[in-house]
Write a protein that binds this ligand. Structure first.
Ligand SMILES: [Zn+2]
Length: 226
């Protein structure tokens, strides 16, 4: 690696450190170091240009580094954040709540679903403990890869929308969530009729996830189609 590349990498590392550093004194040190390094890189590049006459290359390279720095900043905040993500094998809901567990590239992320509606969405507990031996053959999720542009902002469920006839997610057997419609509410106790099986289950108000917004969205799309 050339000296210039080395310096450029240091600049990128400083940006990463700056994003994490909480201590004011350490931050100030880093903030002062960055322009010094940038200046040094510029000087060295100018020097190289005059030697080789490759001003275009140097300029492109500098732009590439600047882009990399920007990319780093934008993906840093995504990691570990909650979001809404699609799951193509189960379209009973357009979007499911998820957590971004990995940034695969500038356009793809890997997510874990927090309210899985089928086994393939359920985070593999052995994988989370780094002890799963099934890898790609595991029937549970080791993270679902999805295009970044299909990820939407996390929507806090609106618990005011737990009303009779409202759609909700209710936790069923084997830790999976099912979609149901509220048939009756009695204080904290709620009766929910599961859409798939038609059977009625009883649940506590606090164990339900209201789907109010999604239902309205669906109504709108259906109206648009007909
Ligand atoms: Zn597994």
């Amino acid at each position: 690696m050339s000296e210039i590349e080395d310096l450029k990498n240091q600049i990128i590392q400083i940006d990463t450190l700056l994003a994490e550093e909480k201590d004011d004194v350490a931050r100030r040190d880093l903030e002062q170091t960055k322009p010094d390094l940038l200046e040094l890189v510029e000087l060295m590049e100018e020097d190289e240009e005059s030697q080789e006459g490759t001003s275009e290359n140097a300029k492109e390279e500098k732009e590439a580094v600047e882009e990399r720095i920007e990319d780093d900043n934008s993906t840093d905040t995504l990691l570990g954040s909650r979001c809404m993500a699609p799951f193509d094998s189960d379209r009973s809901l357009p979007l499911h709540t998820a957590i971004i567990m990995d940034i695969e590239s500038s356009s793809r992320v890997r997510v874990l679903f927090s309210h899985p509606t089928c086994p393939a969405m359920k985070p593999c507990s052995h994988f989370l403990a780094s002890t799963c031996r099934y890898n790609e053959n595991c029937r549970f999720s080791h993270g679902y890869s999805v295009e970044l542009e299909r990820i939407e902002d996390y929507q806090e469920p609106d618990f005011m929308s737990i009303v009779e006839q409202g759609l909700v997610l209710v936790k069923g057997s084997s830790e999976l969530w099912e979609i149901g419609r509220i048939s009756a509410i009695d204080g904290q106790n709620v009766a929910v009729k599961l859409l798939k099986s038609g059977s009625e289950v009883s649940s506590k108000r606090k164990d339900l996830v209201p789907l109010g917004e999604i239902e309205e969205k669906e109504k709108k799309t259906n109206r648009g189609k007909s």
